[in-house]
Design a protein around this ligand. Structure first.
Ligand code: NDP
Length: 277
């Protein structure tokens, strides 16, 4: 069994970004990411802190906006508008979730697709689905990098994605399709889920249920990618996959932590450095 090392691969990507950013700097071009946090949700504060740290590491300038919990939608949209119009800002990231008075969709739609480093804008989603250049959502794009850099063949393989969220499952399936896999998307209404999963050469779990995918879902020799992150009692992390149960059946697997998790920020940095690609 091969352990797919997301920690090492994400580090490799951040180092490549660092080189790219330094090369741009030597041409007098700087990369700047605007990071907006509304309120003080503890998890969001940690995520934003990690993103800023990654910016520091890679040499991307980060401009931080920490807004009060009571910020109105108009105020936030006005800030986004200002950042959209600033030529020195390459990427705009609004940390989700947002307080109840702000509509997430309105905020996502307000970010210019040319600065949509999270890849959530409908234009970015549309570009992905018709195969045009655009920003790719970081977590699923990170999974593709993990597979490719681990030497796992995607073209022609049967891939089953469990989950169809706009952030993970759906773009994941589109990216696997773009890589020429034969893709099946499963969700809470799928019948015979185990049988469908058992057909997968590459099984991607983005289901949001701790340890749900055990060996009864996995074909012998399959590659298993675990997107899930859950904090168990006692603070230990686990994924959507029951790692201990499947590890002797699979040919390769991502651990949690240290698998897909670190890839998200690395891909965000790549998006900031490379722009629409
Ligand atoms: P969502 O809750 O938005 O989506 C879960 C999906 O799983 C839905 O499509 C749902 O189906 C499906 N589902 C739920 N229960 C079942 C079931 N019993 N059988 C089959 N399908 C089911 O989650 P996200 O996509 O946002 O996230 C998925 C996981 O990935 C979470 O654990 C999350 O923490 C993690 N995550 C990790 C990231 C990272 O950086 N590594 C980034 C983002 C998320 P339906 O649509 O029918 O309701």
């Amino acid at each position: 069994m091969k352990l797919i090392d997301g920690k090492a691969i994400s580090q490799q990507i951040k180092d490549e970004v660092k080189e790219k950013v330094a090369a741009l700097k030597s041409e007098g071009k700087e990369r700047t990411l605007a990071v907006i946090l509304v309120g003080n949700d503890p998890a969001s504060t940690v995520y934003v802190g990690n993103k800023k740290k990654a910016c520091e590491y890679t040499g991307i300038r980060s401009e931080s906006y920490e807004l009060d919990e009571s910020t109105s939608q108009e105020e936030l949209l006005a800030l986004i508008d200002k950042l959209n119009n600033r030529e020195d800002i390459n990427g705009i990231l609004v940390q989700l979730p947002l307080p109840a008075q702000i509509e997430e969709k309105a905020v996502i739609n307000a970010i210019s697709p040319e600065k949509d480093v999270d890849g959530f804008h409908p234009v970015s989603v549309g570009r992905l689905s018709i195969g045009e250049k655009g920003f790719l959502p970081c977590t699923p794009a990170g999974v593709i990098e993990l597979l490719k850099r681990s030497g796992i063949e995607i073209a022609g393989k049967r891939c089953v994605v469990v989950g169809r969220s706009n952030i993970v499952g759906k773009p994941m399936a589109l990216l696997m399709l773009r890589e020429n896999a034969t893709v099946t998307i499963c969700h809470s209404r799928t019948e015979n889920l185990k049988e469908v999963c058992k057909q997968a050469d590459i099984l991607i779990a983005a289901v949001g249920k701790p340890k749900m995918i055990d060996r009864s879902y996995v074909r012998e020799g399959a590659v298993v990618i675990d997107v899930g992150i859950h904090r168990l009692e006692g603070k230990k992390l686990c994924g959507d996959v029951d790692f201990e149960d499947v590890k002797d059946v699979v040919s390769a697997i991502t651990p949690v932590p240290g698998g897909v998790g670190p890839m998200t920020i690395a891909m965000l940095m790549k998006n900031c450095a490379e722009g629409v690609h």
